[in-house]
Design a protein around this ligand. Sequence first.
Ligand SMILES: [Zn+2]
Length: 272
Amino acid sequence: MKIIIYILFFLIGIFIGSFINLAIYRIPLKKNIFTERSFCPKCNHKLGFMDLIPLLSYIFLKGKCRYCKEKIEIKYFLIELLSGIYIVLLYVSMNFRYYFFEINKIIYFFSLVFSYVIIILISEIDKKNRSINKSVLIFGVIVQCFYIVYSFIINSCVFYRYSVFLGLLILVLIFEKYIKKINKSNYYIELISFVLYINLIIDSILFALVCLVTLIFSLWDKVIKVVKRKANLQSIDYKEEMTNQNKVSIGYYIGFSTLVVILMQNFTVYFT
Ligand SMILES: [Zn+2]
């Protein structure tokens, strides 16, 4: 029985991952994420049902477009796989036992699944464009506010902490808009809004842990880059790529660290 539930959540996860892939590609281009049919970004050919099965299509097509034979980025496959695994782990971490009496826990679980989607979207878009997507962020904040109000009514959670962060977040968003008007977009101000959003999801103490994990992730990435650079010292293309990569997408690391910390927190809360 357990195995069937795990498989079910894995399937839900990879479909969520498939949606995330589509959204990561379309949102920065300001394309509609619901109406348009999917197409290959290289040859623009419309994709059929058989090209859109999460994980399997990539495996059967051997990572190439059916129509133009161009390589499909492995990133798409990895995000689907990661989403499947993450949703299963999230489910396991909740340690559900008496489903019918655990409505609060179920709603909390779904709020975390939703936060996962928002955080991955912001992280991946940041990795690619080095900018925090405001529409995604605001959508995430609105839904999170509903959840906070719900838990306030049910569990009378500490409301003032959230209102402080929410107030700050609104101020930052207004300030950012003002700065953009005088034609300067500031990545660090965008980052602050992302950090404030994360503080609406997890406790501030846990956020300290997020910072620590972020540091570990980014250092690890640096080490890998240095090793790669030593191996590819001769290649000119690679040197150019390195100068482009000098600007770090901090939001990307913060996002992934948050997802790891959320899992860690759940496991410690529900298994002790
Ligand atoms: Zn193609």
